[in-house]
Design a binder for this molecule. Structure first.
Ligand code: AMP
Ligand code: MG
Length: 368
């Protein structure tokens, strides 16, 4: 009898409508599984894979049919463009019309890494991948599993986050399985991701580079390299202290099933207000979730209290945000109250996601 490979056994043992699972680490990649993933991608299939930011849902970026499949699997609106992932810098050139000198400098500093850059696209990039735009978003991820898979796939993998549209982005392979297990061909499980929030996006198609999405690389880190970079004004209006005037800007995203509100203000006021809100909820017979930090855990004796990380290292907060939001879905809570995280390094990125998840529901503990 022919001996089956581990992958073939997995394929045989699983329901055909279910994704093949392959577990590995960056230190010890499963080359056989990565070859298989590459083959699936070259043949137009979909493979979810780990990156240093969040899990991506990959398809062949130069195949319009693959991109259509990505949108269908996620339930994503087809005008929301995908990011093309490459595994070396040279692969950028065929995708774009030109690379400004400022972009080269940013690449020198932060590629491979959690940085996506937007350029004017070349003809080889299908509009199905760019959501109809003449521009293309490109990233070189800093993850050995991702890069080997991209090379096996032929060099160009379009990948948005591997979640159902509107849900929190996946930071564990189990999140991908939960959302997409029966809709895609394969999931590469590389364990928990390092950063936990999506890449910083910088647009190079205007005179001055513009930050379209904050991430691990914050404005200051970009300014260290670029002469000038500005924030997309649409982001500024999402500042904790200013509610955007346009109702369209108040959409929910990364949304947990329960209603989520951010409580901000002086520390003691925040603790007291959250305790009060928990008490009120419990009196009404509701199940109330609280998101706290290691520093504040002792402040909350009641409710479903989850510690997100430590303010002393805000990377721990970023890493666990989406996981905690998903956790509360399984815990079936009715309402969630969270502290605000305006921390120095990742505060901007954390609050950008948290405010979207909360649908801009912000409670001011100092005045209200
Ligand atoms: P996701 O990987 O799921 O976070 O989705 C990719 C993000 O990149 C979305 O927010 C897109 O709107 C954004 N994006 C991708 N391509 C472009 C582009 N050409 N112009 C502006 N934003 C883009
Ligand atoms: Mg996404």
């Amino acid at each position: 009898m022919m001996r089956m490979t581990a992958i073939e056994r997995m394929a045989e043992n699983t329901d055909m409508s279910h994704a093949i699972l392959a577990r590995m680490t960056e230190e010890n990649p499963d080359h056989e599984a990565l070859k298989k993933a590459g083959k699936i991608l070259r043949e137009g299939g979909l493979v979810a894979f780990p990156t240093e930011t969040v899990y991506g849902l990959g398809g062949d970026a130069l195949n319009p049919e693959s991109s259509k499949k990505i949108y269908a699997a996620k339930g994503r609106p087809s005008d929301n463009p995908l990011i093309i992932h490459i595994a070396d810098r040279e692969s950028l050139l065929p995708l774009v019309q030109e690379v400004p000198a400022a972009a080269e400098r940013l690449m020198d500093a932060y590629w491979p890494g959690p940085l996506t850059m937007i350029f004017r696209k070349s003809e080889i990039v299908p509009y199905e991948t760019t959501g109809g735009l003449d521009t293309v978003a490109v990233r070189f991820p800093n993850n050995r599993i991702a890069c080997e898979m991209i090379r096996e796939a032929g060099g160009y993998v379009a990948a948005p986050s591997a979640n159902t549209s509107g849900r929190p982005s996946p930071t564990l392979a189990s999140h991908v399985e939960e959302d997409l297990g029966d809709k895609i061909d394969m999931i590469l499980d590389g364990g928990q991701v390092e950063i936990g929030l999506e890449s910083t996006i910088v647009d190079f198609t205007e005179e001055t580079p513009v930050i379209l999405r904050p991430g691990f690389l914050n404005q200051q880190m970009l300014e260290e390299v670029l002469a000038e970079v500005r924030m997309d004004p649409g982001l500024e209006s999402e500042n904790v202290h200013v509610r955007p005037k346009a109702p369209g800007m108040r959409y929910r995203h990364y949304a947990p099933k329960a209603k989520l509100a951010i409580v901000q203000g002086k520390q003691e006021n925040v603790f007291a207000r959250i305790r009060q809100l928990v008490d009120e909820g419990l009196e009404q017979g509701a199940k109330i979730g609280v998101i706290c930090t290691e520093e504040s855990r002792a402040e909350y004796p009641k409710g479903e209290v989850r510690c997100i990380g430590s303010r002393a290292d805000d990377r721990t907060i970023a890493r666990h945000l989406f996981e905690i939001l998903r956790d509360f879905d399984s815990a079936d809570v009715d309402r969630i109250y969270t502290e605000s995280f305006d921390t120095p390094h990742m505060g901007q990125a954390i609050m950008n996601r948290l405010i979207k998840a909360a649908g801009h529901e912000i409670i001011d503990a100092d005045t209200e």
